[in-house]
Design a protein around this ligand. Sequence first.
Ligand code: PLP
Length: 414
Amino acid sequence: MTFKPANKIQDLQYFGEFGGVNPSISDSSTYTFLSAKKMLDTFEGEAPGCYLYSRYASPSTLYLGEALAAMEGTETANVAGSGMGAITTTIMHFCGAGDHIVSSRTIYGGTYAFLKNFAPRFNINTSFVDITKLDIVEAAITKNTKIIYCETISNPLLEVADIKGLAQLAKKHNIKLIVDNTFSPMMISPITLGADVVIHSLTKFINGTNDTMGGVVCGSQKLIDAMRSVIDGAAMLLGPSLDSIRAASILKNMRTLHIRIKQHSKNAQFLAEKFEALGLKTVYPGLTSHPSHELFKTMMNEEYGFGGMLTIDVGSLNNANSLMELMQHKNLGYLAVSLGFYKTLFSAPGTSTSSEIPEEEQAEMGLSDGLIRFSIGLDDDIERTYQMMHECMEELNILKPELEEVNSLLIHSH
Ligand SMILES: Cc1ncc(COP(=O)(O)O)c(C=O)c1O
């Protein structure tokens, strides 16, 4: 039976304190107790339904966590103040001094920097591998390896991880598979494919309005309880908690996530096909030219399409910058990092979100200077958007330089 993430969210029904259709926002950082005994029980985790202090949990963060757990099909979830807050606490939960991680080499620059530059301070070391090659992943696993870490669709190269294959490897070696699903909420449900833990930056598609940061770790009750332990829990002690007011606003935006994802995907598919037809090197999992197109189809919850992210290569950083500036000037979107907004966002990853990755490694990964990453918006008339983007490209002469070269040679030879 196929997994239906939107139904899971649809079925959650809450009543506010005064019968409101939204749950009331808990506007407090600390909570009172009528008896001192109850306070002690709550501290020791033995008084369900009682709140203590909002770094631990508040009604609003628990509601949001419940919706995210429902969407990903996990027992529960713990929300955080940012995606990095969720990622770093999860890694620090699973790994200590002497432990080893096998990670995809194409991941968000911040996660890469954490694993490469920060975690070694705790003697946690990472092998970065081509995650699309299961034999290479397996060869990197050592007796100290605790986790395999990847993104379902990677940032920014849009490589697709074979979650089922990786989950089998993780089981075989008795380690955990942790998947960052930020680029593909609803489209792919990693838990149903065998992943142990799913992480999101809520800052992106899930919230969708680029007004707040947020993150989440979705997993078993046992995992989340351990991460929230007041004695030694990484989430509790490192403290990347989400504010209740922001938790409530993200929860409201989640109610339209299924509609937004379908529109992001529809628009991105349309533009990717058009850009490819123009002769631009275009990467989008929904194109048959994408090396993992067929794999993606075997993993996806079909109605949500292939996502809102695509890249094109316009040959040079100069071209990329001129095109992005012109598109912004024509109100087609914003020259900005991040993703999942209702307007299109574009950035050149080599000089922005992936600038933490050294230049030689960028080249090895295929992260070229002329690469533009698009997060396609919710435009109602995507054909019109395409025409305007096409005009920008023509104005800057960045289309098919080889053809133009041939043309100019022909002209000169006459
Ligand atoms: C795939 C992915 N994971 C995690 C993050 C980090 O999330 P945040 O910026 O909310 O800390 C990002 C941010 O760009 C991302 O793209």
